[in-house]
Design a protein around this ligand. Structure first.
Ligand code: PMP
Length: 297
């Protein structure tokens, strides 16, 4: 927290902290994976770069450089001697104690937490719905910034999904085109080709999304960023979510319509497999994306 290592029970903030009341923070979700006696952080620098972009939108100052936050993350993992699959949560937030809205004169703080986390979802393959809530929009709270307050929108969708017995929700953008999941980007497979909504459909520019696009193209699979309609979801050969926490997660039904015979399709399975190897530093072609925690790469 702000440059100091703090034990878990003491990692506390004041109840009047600005960010608690107004969602005035930006954050990241990063994963680290154990393999061959080492721990590998996936796309650490890219996540920190996105954190700084998010902070820029809200003019939140970070009192450390991106490189310093990367080093602090690695040190945090080493200090805790972490060997398990880990979720890392850096956050930059308005930390002054004031109920006034203007944050330009306020202070900001930074914290990084790390804790073991295996799968995000309880089951392999999801039953999802299309939410009645629309995704937030660039004209109000830009989805491109991973801001704390944005997640109130995701949480409305999540509440609706769980209370109706679904694992998660897909949100449409203000024009009714498919946007993304509550905390994941979305891909469809049609006739052996991938499609995913573009940044103009109110999505977070996901790092897993970019990973999948790059890897798929390297495999010779065509990938298109284009607007996707709701009915197109129902009639796709395969559909999957991507996200740091969710990884690559097959979607088996959408609003009660079966996708790919209710099991992960061949392209999804191939990508899940390869992604699992890439994040553990086992694919020489993509070692540039992993950072070794213990010792040299
Ligand atoms: N969209 C939203 C709204 C998210 O919260 C996330 C998770 N960070 C994603 C997409 C996926 O992004 P990434 O692959 O960078 O984790």
């Amino acid at each position: 927290m702000d440059g100091k290592f703090v034990n878990w029970p003491e990692a506390k903030i004041h109840v009047l902290t600005h960010a608690l009341h107004y969602g005035t923070g930006v954050f990241e979700g990063i994963r680290a994976y154990p393999s061959e006696g080492n721990l590998w952080v996936f796309r650490l620098q890219d996540h920190m770069a996105r954190l700084f972009n998010s902070a820029k939108v809200y003019r939140l100052k970070c009192n450390f450089t991106a490189d310093e936050l990367c080093d602090a993350t690695l040190e945090l993992l080493r200090k805790n001697k972490i060997q398990a699959t880990t979720y890392i949560r850096p956050i930059v937030y308005a930390s002054h104690l004031d109920v006034r809205l203007d944050i330009l004169k306020g202070s900001s703080s930074v914290a990084i937490c790390a804790f073991p986390m295996e799968k995000l979802f309880e089951r392999e393959g999801l039953n999802v719905c299309v939410s009645s809530w629309r995704r937030i929009d660039d004209s109000s709270t830009p989805p491109l910034a991973k801001a704390c307050g944005n997640y109130i929108n995701s949480i409305l969708a999540k509440i609706e999904a769980s209370s109706n017995g679904f694992d998660d929700a897909i949100l449409l953008d203000r024009n009714g085109a498919v946007s993304e999941g509550s905390g994941e980007n979305i891909f469809i497979v049609k006739s052996g080709e991938l499609a995913t909504p573009p940044l103009t459909c109110s999505i977070l520019p996901g790092i897993t999304r970019e990973t999948v696009m790059t890897v798929a193209q390297d495999l010779g699979i065509r990938v298109e960023e284009r607007a996707i309609s709701r009915a197109e979801l129902y009639t796709s050969d395969e559909v999957f979510f991507t996200g740091t926490a969710a990884e690559i997660e097959p979607i088996l039904t959408i609003d009660g319509r079966t996708v790919s015979d209710s099991r992960a399709g061949p392209i999804t399975r191939r990508l899940v497999d390869l992604y699992g190897r890439i994040v553990r530093g086992k694919e020489p072609k993509y070692v540039r994306w992993v950072t070794s925690v213990y010792g040299k790469t």
